[in-house]
Design a protein around this ligand. Structure first.
Ligand code: SAM
Length: 282
C-alpha cells in the first residue's frame, strides 16, 4: 500500500518534494532523495530527510530546523558569540537545541563544567544523534545532562545558577511558542548568576520583524545590556537571521577566544562584525 505522505511532502514526476509553507504567499520546496527517519512524537512530526541541495535535514512538522550543509552557521553563531563575551562560563543551560549542534559547540570549551540541555522532545535528540551526525556529532560528552522537559517549567525553578543560557528554540508556533514570552525571559534572568548572560534565536528580520523587535524589547527591558547580531543561514526563510543577547554585566566580545575552536563559519572577524546591523535594524 502506497505510503500516505504528510501534507508537506508530495510526489512530482516520480520525485519527492518537501514544501515548507512560510506564509500565505511564500512556499519553499526541497527535492528529497530519501526519508531517512520519520516518527510522530507527542509534540510534533519528527523527520530526517536526505535532500539533494542541503544534505540531511531535521524537519519538525514540515519546517526545516537545521541541515548538514548550513546547520553549523547557526549553531556556531548561537554558541561562540556569547562565549566570546562572558570570560568564565562554567555552567550552561540550553533550552531546545534537540539537534545537539549548540551543545556540541559549547563542549569545545574546556572551562565549561556542566551543560544542562532541556529539550521537550527526546525523539528529536535520538533521531539527530543517530541520523544527523554532521550536526549532532553524535554528542556524547559526559558534561552534557539531557533533561527531557518543557523549558519554561524547568527554568521557573532555577535561581542564580547559570553563567550562560542559550534558547535554541524552533519557531514561535507549537511547543516553542512559550519560549518567546516575557515571563519566560524573566525566569531566565532569575536563573542566571549575577554576571550571567542569555542568548536566543530571535527569528528573521525579513519575515518576522515584529517577533524580532518584540523579543529585543522584552530582553532589553529586563537586562542591563541587550545586543542583536545577525548571520545568513541559507535554509531559513529570507536567509538573514537574528540572535538577541541579554546580559547582566559583560558586553564586549573577546574575539580571540574562538581562535582554537575548530569552527567552520565563526572566526575573530565574524565575532567583531556580526553586531554591525543593517540600517533598517538600527
Ligand atoms: N537549530 C535549529 C534552529 O535554528 O531552529 C533548531 C533548533 S532545535 C531543533 C529546536 C528544538 O526546540 C526542537 O528540538 C524542539 O523540540 C524544542 N522545543 C520546542 N519547544 C520547547 C519547549 N517548550 N521546551 C524545550 N524544548 C522545546
Amino acid at each position: 500500500m502506497e505510503h500516505i505522505l504528510p501534507s508537506y511532502l508530495s510526489r512530482r514526476d516520480g520525485d519527492l518534494w518537501l514544501t515548507e509553507d512560510e506564509h500565505d504567499h511564500l512556499k519553499v520546496s526541497y527535492r528529497i532523495k530519501e526519508i531517512v527517519f520519520e516518527q510522530k512524537s507527542p509534540f510534533q512530526d519528527v523527520m530526517i530527510l536526505d535532500s539533494y541541495s542541503f544534505g540531511r535535514m531535521l524537519v519538525l512538522d514540515g519546517i526545516v530546523q537545521t541541515t548538514s550543509m548550513d546547520g553549523h552557521i547557526y549553531n556556531e553563531m548561537i554558541s561562540h558569540v556569547p562565549m566570546s563575551i562572558h570570560p568564565h562560563v562554567k555552567k550552561v543551560l540550553i533550552i531546545g537545541g534537540g539537534d545537539c549542534g549548540a551543545a556540541k559547540e559549547i563542549c569545545k570549551y574546556a572551562g565549561v563544567e556542566q551543560i544542562d540541555m532541556v529539550e521537550i522532545d527526546e525523539l528529536v535528540v535520538k533521531a539527530c544523534r543517530e541520523h544527523l551526525p554532521k550536526v549532532s556529532g553524535r554528542l556524547s560528552d559526559s558534561r552534557v545532562q539531557f533533561i527531557f522537559d518543557d523549558g519554561v517549567k524547568f527554568a521557573k525553578g532555577k535561581k542564580n545558577e547559570y553563567d550562560l543560557i542559550i534558547v535554541d528554540s524552533s519557531d514561535p508556533i507549537g511547543p516553542a511558542q512559550v519560549l518567546f514570552e516575557k515571563s519566560f525571559y524573566q525566569s531566565l534572568h532569575t536563573a542566571l548568576k549575577e554576571d550571567g548572560l542569555m542568548v536566543c534565536q530571535s527569528q528573521s528580520p525579513i519575515f518576522h520583524l515584529d517577533v524580532m523587535k518584540q523579543t529585543y524589547t522584552r530582553i532589553s527591558n529586563l537586562f542591563k545590556e541587550a545586543k542583536m547580531y545577525t548571520a545568513v543561514v541559507p535554509t531559513y526563510p529570507g536567509g538573514l537571521w537574528s540572535f538577541t543577547i541579554g546580559s547582566k554585566h559583560y558586553s564586549s566580545p573577546n574575539p580571540s577566544k574562538v581562535r582554537d575552536k575548530d569552527t567552520h563559519y565563526v572566526n575573530e572577524q565574524i565575532i567583531q562584525s556580526c553586531f554591525a546591523l543593517p540600517q533598517f535594524l538600527v
